[in-house]
Design a protein around this ligand. Structure first.
Ligand code: BGC
Length: 800
């Protein structure tokens, strides 16, 4: 681990699938896992995967006697294959040679994946193999690799093949392997001209077509050799085979340049035609690399966080920014895709979009807000589906799906496999209705960071008002208590989806859900003061929101019920939580260690996690993550609950002891809520969150795809929690308290059309306001508001 790179200096086969996820290269349009060029899918060893942002397909499988349809992120043809052999012998494979020296490096600064292997084969031939690979951040359709073989103690004939392989299926996640997995059919493959081969495939249900065109050139002494390949064509596979004479000590170098176009692209005619025309315009690997590096430089100029922490912290923070930008970038704009919880890095959760946006958008809002806007448009364009879902469930307004894919219908699986017990079980996590509040929250916070009133008026407000209307109709008035309730839902803690021994699914009055519903309704009412009257009226008419509805909104925003435990300072996660049994953490940990998925373990032992006061992840504590104490207290005040600031600590302490952190998101929240009150424990949680993927702390999940929410969440902790950044009353508030482990923090922020630079140490905050439009901006530092204009630079002493 270095400041700007991830380095693996040993070849460890059992780590390979994890490394492939970590070494994925992408550009917001496509992503390719960091599998070796010669690798084919082999369980627990290699899984080359190429994914298209938003490239989904649906298939039906028979599971436990039921027909189940799932929408998957499709594994598209592998463009990587390059390998060599001595004529008549086996193709090169890392497992069949003796590896004498190995280094794989993910260069974060330039977005390059490099490999160096020194190996000896069974004949005693020693060779060096060096590869470099990019997925271009400059040109979204372009990917390229350089492959160089140097014979060290031998000369002789070699065959080198370069291929496009469409005979792939989705088999990256062991749990899904019994399900239907063949998403592609081949339409065409062949030789376009002397240099270029192509492959065209199509998904069987969504009918998305992809064309890949590849040019492979062999270089001798830095000149294109002119050696023409022999072409091999099979159904779904096209290969160029070069026969070459290798000479001891002389590198054989090959460049492979690939273009990928699909029927979903804009500014194109037909995918294959466009790919074939443009491949001729592609420069050398070096030329592509230069443009790619410059594109990354532009991104890093805006998005880097320089902390002067040790390489372990600094490097991982950069790794997280890197994967965020590889998943969503400028190239994502206009693709009509959401941000997937697991990146486009693997097939876990089928590439679906969850509430993880809540953890991801804050970083984008303050660096590349045009991307947040685009990702919010993904939700906006699926409003009709959310409206139909609400209607079918008996409500009004918009009810967004817990898991979303192509068209915004609910994509949560109906049953899921517990790999621990081998049993297929009903999956009721789709009852997480709080997802809709996350959409509204994200709209509002995008607006706060950007002041983009046009977006708010024309798209955001519609989302927020329709979601408020949903909450208003799902809430029911309890005549006895005089308070509104929300029944049969699931909160963020997915371990609790029903009451033990109950026939019904869902829980009543999840505190997080109820408070968020109130917040959404309050904000939807407030919109009247923010957007034009005429637009507000227009929306009321369009969404069929009547004066009676508005009266009900008002009423709910004052009389929503929030459950509390007997100790009335502590919110109950849901009604009846206090009746659950305490969980014996000590005995469990002695038996299973820190194993975080205790739901699966308990089920496999014939027990049921629903019985216990044991949470998968932060639930009540999410409230302290999303709201400042002022904001939360004002919600409680309006609801006429006597919730005091000092109660926050008591709630944190209570739930901290009862959380297993079975989701990587959980550590983010715990690090955040402790950031001011217990900096040491906060840092421990932060470090754990940092290692979520690099060290695969959930034990095997990262190989199936990174955890983008946790990645973005760690970066956002640095950006907002440690700087005390909050946007309130049109002021950007800063109140930095850096952790002791972080000597300084230098970063740039985009705020309402301006670039500002922050340089923070434990004593000083310097704000430079040097780019952007010339409007004034108000920045509050440690309680005092200052007006900034272009060119201003101000220094502040920070008092602890
Ligand atoms: C977590 C959810 C999260 C999902 C996708 C689940 O394990 O419980 O909160 O949205 O993963 O990251």
């Amino acid at each position: 681990m270095a400041d700007w790179s991830i380095i693996y200096d040993q070849w460890v086969p059992k780590e390979q699938t994890l490394r492939e996820a970590i070494c994925t290269l992408g550009n917001g349009y496509i992503a390719t896992r960091g599998a070796f060029e010669e690798a084919k899918a082999e369980p627990d060893l290699n899984y080359p995967g190429t994914y298209l942002a938003g490239g989904y397909n649906r298939l039906t499988s028979e599971v436990a006697g039921k027909q189940i349809e799932n929408e998957d992120l499709v594994n598209w043809p592998n463009w990587l294959p390059v390998s060599f052999r001595h004529p008549g012998e086996e193709w090169f494979h890392m497992s069949s040679v003796e590896v004498l020296d190995f280094k794989q490096e993910l260069d974060l600064k330039h977005g390059v994946l490099l490999r160096h292997v020194h190996f000896r084969d069974s004949r005693g031939h020693e060779s060096k193999l060096n590869t470099r690979r990019i997925v271009s951040m400059a040109h979204p359709h372009s990917a390229a690799l350089e492959w160089q073989l140097t014979p060290l103690n031998w000369s002789g004939e070699v065959e080198i093949r370069s291929a496009l392989d469409g005979r792939v299926i989705n088999s990256g996640v062991a749990r899904y392997r019994t399900l239907a997995s063949k998403h592609l059919e081949t339409l065409e493959q062949g030789q376009h001209d002397e240099e270029n081969m192509f492959l065209v495939v199509q998904t069987v249900q969504s009918k998305t077509r992809m064309a890949q065109v590849a040019r492979t050139q062999v270089y001798l002494n830095d000149q294109v050799s002119g050696v023409l390949p022999q072409t091999k064509i099979e159904e779904g596979y096209v290969e160029h085979l070069f026969r070459l004479q290798a000479t001891k000590g002389q590198p054989l170098r090959l460049e492979k340049s690939v273009l990928i176009y699909t029927s979903r692209d804009w500014a194109t005619s037909e995918p294959l035609q466009d790919a074939c025309v443009n491949i001729k315009r592609q420069g050398t690997f070096e030329a592509l690399l230069e443009e790619h590096k410059r594109a990354w430089q532009r991104l890093w100029n805006r998005c880097d966080l320089d902390t002067a922490c040790n390489a372990k912290v600094q490097g991982v923070l950069r790794l997280h920014v890197f994967h965020l930008l590889q998943t969503v970038s400028g190239h994502t704009v206009d693709l009509d895709v959401g941000v997937p919880a697991r990146g486009w890095h693997g097939e876990a959760y089928r590439g679906h979009i969850f509430w993880d946006e809540l953890f991801i958008f804050p970083f984008l809002n303050l660096h590349l807000p045009a991307i947040t806007r685009e990702l919010l448009m993904y939700r906006y364009r699926r409003l009709n589906e959310a409206r139909s879902a609400a209607k079918e469930a008996g409500y009004k307004g918009a009810m967004f799906p817990w898991q979303s894919g192509s068209n915004g219908r609910e994509e949560s699986q109906v049953i899921h496999l517990n790999p621990q017990s081998g049993r297929w079980l009903p999956d009721n996590t789709f009852l997480q209705r709080h997802i809709s509040s996350a959409v509204a929250y994200n709209v509002w916070h995008y607006y706060q960071a950007t002041d983009d009133i046009d977006f708010l008026s024309y798209h955001g407000a519609e989302l927020m008002m329709d979601i408020a209307q949903f909450w208003s109709t799902i809430a029911t008035l309890n005549q006895e208590t005089g308070r509104y309730e929300i029944l049969h839902v699931v909160g963020p803690d997915e371990y609790h989806t029903e009451y033990p021994d109950s026939e019904e699914v869902g829980l009543h009055n999840n505190a997080y859900t109820n408070v968020l519903a109130v917040w959404v309704i309050q904000k939807a009412l407030q919109l009247k003061e923010v957007i034009d009257d005429s637009r507000y009226e227009e929306l009321l008419t369009k969404l069929h929101i009547t004066p009676d509805d508005l009266t009900r909104w008002e009423d709910i925003s004052k009389r929503m019920y929030v459950p509390f435990l007997e100790d009335t300072r502590i919110m109950a996660q849901f009604d009846g939580y206090d009746q659950l049994q305490e969980f014996d953490w000590d005995t469990y940990k002695a038996k299973h260690g820190e194993a975080m998925r205790l739901d699966r373990i308990l089920e496999s032992e014939g027990d049921n996690v629903n019985k216990y006061k044991a949470s998968k992840q932060a639930d009540v504590l999410m409230l302290f993550y999303l709201f400042s104490s002022e904001e939360l207290l004002s919600i409680f005040k309006q609801l006429d609950y006597d919730f005091k600031p000092e109660n926050i600590r008591v709630n944190i302490a209570y739930y901290e002891q009862r959380t297993s952190h079975g989701s990587t998101l959980s550590k983010i929240v715990h690090a955040w809520v402790l950031a001011r009150s217990d900096r040491k424990r906060s840092w421990v949680n932060f470090e754990m969150a940092l290692m979520s993927d690099l060290k695969d702390i959930q034990g095997g999940t990262t190989a199936e795809g990174i955890h983008l929410g946790a990645m973005a969440g760690t970066v956002d902790l640095v950006q907002r929690a440690y700087t005390g950044l909050e946007i309130r009353d049109d002021v950007l508030w800063l109140n930095p308290v850096l952790p002791e482990e972080m000597p300084c923090l230098n970063l740039q922020l985009r705020y309402r059309g301006h670039w500002l630079e922050l340089n923070i140490t434990c004593h000083k905050l310097i704000i430079t306001f040097d780019r952007g439009w010339s409007k004034e901006v108000k920045i509050g530092v440690c309680g005092e508001v200052h007006t900034f204009r272009t060119g201003d630079k101000k220094e502040f002493d920070i008092q602890r």
